[in-house]
Design a binder for this molecule. Structure first.
Ligand code: GRF
Length: 206
């Protein structure tokens, strides 16, 4: 009998680590996609946050996932905090690190350690509007469309190779909140799809 395409239970799963600082809705979208097999043969092995009160950490714990705060306030400087984040990642041994609203800049050393294996999601159509407050800036610039981008992380600000983008229209009367919500819906589709693509070894950087 042919084995078909059913996953072999003996094949090791791809290991995902999620780094977040806040709400964690992208983390939940990823966790849901893992649970239903939309990210095939993957597991979340660590959810790390620099903010102990991050809602995303509680959401991870409710799902029974290994969730850990590495409180940025408990370390004298960024270097010391990063060293502990790196140590925790080494312990978790992820294949892919996914930044999901992680609000700390990463040093070149951190990025170098995980180069090609660290993704971020950004709520704009990069290379337009890197950085912060991007939905407001897109509105103020009179853009007709915006969207989200999943990209590999490099040393720059939201500047690494793009895996995929999703577009949304900017509608008359849009506010920062309404546009952010429309983009977020697309983020929740885009991030799992991008992760699945990268794990298959089929990144399509632009
Ligand atoms: C998202 O808009 C993401 O694009 C940006 O930070 C936000 C995180 O939201 N990097 P959430 O914590 O995933 O809900």
């Amino acid at each position: 009998m042919s084995g078909g395409s059913a996953p072999n239970p003996k094949t090791p799963k791809s290991r995902l680590a999620i780094l977040l600082s806040g709400r964690g809705s992208n983390f939940e979208a990823i966790a849901d996609a893992v649970a239903v097999g939309a990210i095939p043969s993957a597991e979340i092995v660590a959810v790390l946050s620099d903010v102990p009160g991050a809602a995303g950490l509680s959401r991870a714990r409710q799902r029974g996932l290994p969730a850990l705060a590495v409180d940025r306030k408990s370390y004298p400087d960024r270097r010391a905090h990063e060293a502990e984040m790196l140590r925790q990642l080494d312990l978790a041994r992820p294949d892919l690190v996914c930044l999901a609203g992680y609000m700390r800049l990463l040093s070149p050393g951190f990025v170098g350690r995980w180069r090609g294996r660290i993704l971020n999601i950004h709520p704009a159509l990069l290379p337009k509007f890197p950085g912060l407050d991007v939905q407001r800036r897109a509105l103020e610039a009179g853009e007709k469309e915006s969207g989200c981008t999943v990209h590999f992380v490099d040393e720059g600000t939201d500047s690494g190779p793009i895996v995929l983008q999703r577009r949304v229209p900017i509608l008359p009367g849009d506010t920062e909140e309404s546009l952010s919500a429309r983009i977020l819906e697309q983020e929740h589709q885009a991030y799992p799809e991008a992760i699945a693509r990268v794990l298959q070894g089929l990144p399509r950087p632009r």
